[in-house]
Design a protein around this ligand. Structure first.
Ligand SMILES: NC(=O)c1ccc[n+]([C@@H]2O[C@H](COP(=O)([O-])OP(=O)(O)OC[C@H]3O[C@@H](n4cnc5c(N)ncnc54)[C@H](OP(=O)(O)O)[C@@H]3O)[C@@H](O)[C@H]2O)c1
Length: 315
């Protein structure tokens, strides 16, 4: 089978097409014939070596976290998935092998859920990592509930475009922060108010928000303190030294500051699948690629200008 590998950390062109043996699932795993995969910032951040203390120094490595495909083998301990089932899920982004940029992959069954009949492979492959991040960031950390006023910074990206839609499903009043070129897109997602970050400094907003979900982290919780309603929560999707410093200082000032670490929770994945089946979660796919376009796909993703998601069709 063909898979995308790399032999050292570096720019997108370290990625190469390799021929590998088809992997065998262990007791708790399934083998998935990959039909589609999507790219997330963590994929190119790991490839670049940004997280090498966590991702380690073993090569060759594979790439790709999100996948959608068909189960073609199950480990002997797997009781709730069967050969032939359509599934989607998220591989560990730090795992050195069995990434989703491949014709087949083995993955823990606990990271997969069935794809509803109404949802295609390409759409399904865009949902897991970004959808889980949006859902968990808004609800678990941000405590967003019906009637809450929510500010979503970066409403046009992979996480943000799902966050706008999920916040509307929850029943929130949503203000989305996007650039001018994405105003109509944010309106189409259901945002109640749209702020063009090129024309408005967020610190000048007079409204206050119960949840600020920041997918960009160009602002800090402390700079946005006046935009947080009493008891409101600021959530950043960027776990890094700057965010942790901001969190420490924000907490000293009495602000509620949270940093997202996405969890591959199956119940949350099922909820996202249900929302997609009900037409409440509509992926926006900016561009599609083939398996041999992995270098270009990483280049495009790394420019951080993606509107919605980038998808790879495999097989
Ligand atoms: N901690 C976790 O568990 C976790 C999970 C998921 C994601 N993340 C992180 O969250 C971040 C977002 O992920 P993503 O998948 O949404 O990335 P993405 O799809 O690459 O985001 C690109 C989008 O961000 C918009 N953008 C760029 N600068 C902006 C600004 N100043 N204000 C508003 N929008 C801006 C861009 O629109 P314009 O080009 O039009 O500005 C583009 O649509 C990444 O850093 C990722 O690593 C973390």
């Amino acid at each position: 089978m063909k898979a995308i590998l790399y032999d050292r950390y570096g720019p997108p062109d370290v990625l190469r097409v390799a021929d590998l043996d088809v992997p065998e699932p262990s007791a708790a795993q399934v083998r998935v014939r990959v039909k589609a995969a999507s790219v997330n910032p963590i994929d190119w951040k790991v490839r670049r070596g940004d997280m090498r203390l966590l991702s380690g120094f073993g090569f060759p490595r594979s790439t790709g976290s999100d996948f959608a495909g068909i189960v073609e083998a199950v480990g002997r301990g797997v009781k709730d998935l069967a050969v032939g089932q359509r599934v989607m899920g998220v591989q560990s982004s730090l795992a050195p092998r069995n990434g989703s940029f491949a014709e087949a992959m083995v993955v823990d069954a606990a990271r997969c859920v069935p794809i509803p009949a109404a949802v295609g492979f390409a759409d399904a492959a865009t949902i897991p990592l970004a959808g889980l991040s949006a859902l968990q960031g808004l609800q678990r950390l941000g405590k967003a509930r019906a009637g809450a006023r929510v500010l979503i910074i970066g409403g046009s990206g992979g996480v943000g475009h799902y966050a706008v839609q999920i916040a509307k499903v929850i029943g929130c009043h949503v203000t989305a922060v996007v650039s001018r070129r994405n105003i109509e897109m944010a309106r189409g997602l259901g945002a109640d108010v749209i702020v063009d970050y090129g024309a408005t400094d967020l610190v000048s907003l007079r409204e206050t928000f119960d949840t600020i979900f920041d997918c960009v982290s160009a602002w800090s919780a402390r700079r946005l303190a006046r935009q947080l309603a009493p008891g409101g929560v600021y959530v950043s999707t960027l776990p890094g030294p700057d965010s942790f410093l901001d969190m420490g200082l924000a907490r000293l000032s009495g602000l509620k500051h949270r940093i997202l670490i996405m969890q591959p929770d199956r119940q949350d994945l099922r909820r996202l699948a249900d929302m997609a089946a009900a037409g409440q979660l509509r992926p926006i796919i900016e561009r599609s690629y083939g398996l041999t376009d992995a270098v270009r796909m990483h280049q495009d993703a790394e420019a951080s200008k993606t509107v919605g998601k980038l998808v790879m069709s495999v097989g």
